[in-house]
Write a protein that binds this ligand. Sequence first.
Ligand code: PGA
Length: 256
Amino acid sequence: MKYLIAANWKMHKTVAETLDYLDKFLPAVKDLFTVDIMIAPPFTALASASIKLDAAKKEGAYNVHLGAQNMFWADEGAFTGEISPVMLNELDVQYVIIGHSERRHIFKEDNDLINKKMYSAVEHGIRPILCVGETIEEREQGITLKVIEKQIKAGLAGIEMDMPFIDIAYEPVWAIGTGKTATPEQAEEVHKFIRELIHDLSKGNDSKTRILYGGSVKPENAKNLIVKDHVDGFLVGSASLDPQKFYKIITEVLEV
Ligand code: PGA
């Protein structure tokens, strides 16, 4: 399976800044075919990024995919402020981040809503990255694996057999945007647990599912994490905002 290195820009970058980034980034990565790269800009920049990526594909950059940071589950309707999978399909969006901890905590998304979004993404052929992770209090109480199990089982309810079309990101909440990274051993413990869980849930149909690590990934710590058996890529926030840093993370992964 190919590693997936995904950029979650969150609420950063205008359309002009997105295009400027892609102009710098795409020529550098277009020949790195042994890795999948995903970039998730804000919704407002998806259309322009899509045109740019389409042009880059004609130059041979097939390895860079467009992602959305969120979506709603319905095709259309009275859902003020939401974006539907049909709208994402129109822009050739291939990935969508679902259940990011900022969506869960700031916007109060619960497992039930996340499950509906997961189901809808799979149904519309947009590959979801289901994000899971424990808070610092949960880790200190020793219930990390219980929390992860609950989030995964609820997020995947009814679509367990669709594992080939799904990726998972383990992002400890205490490591997101804090500069604190899980140690490679802490990450590996949870990734191994997730691998066994999805293997069981999908009745062994999980060989195409990548388990990404996210939470303060940077060029300096990428190699020590990616060498772990069950770390299949990264979901990168702040370090992905700088094209050179993101490129460096990708090259660290390629050296392994
Ligand atoms: P970070 O964010 O790399 O800035 O910690 C990761 C994420 O939230 O996906």
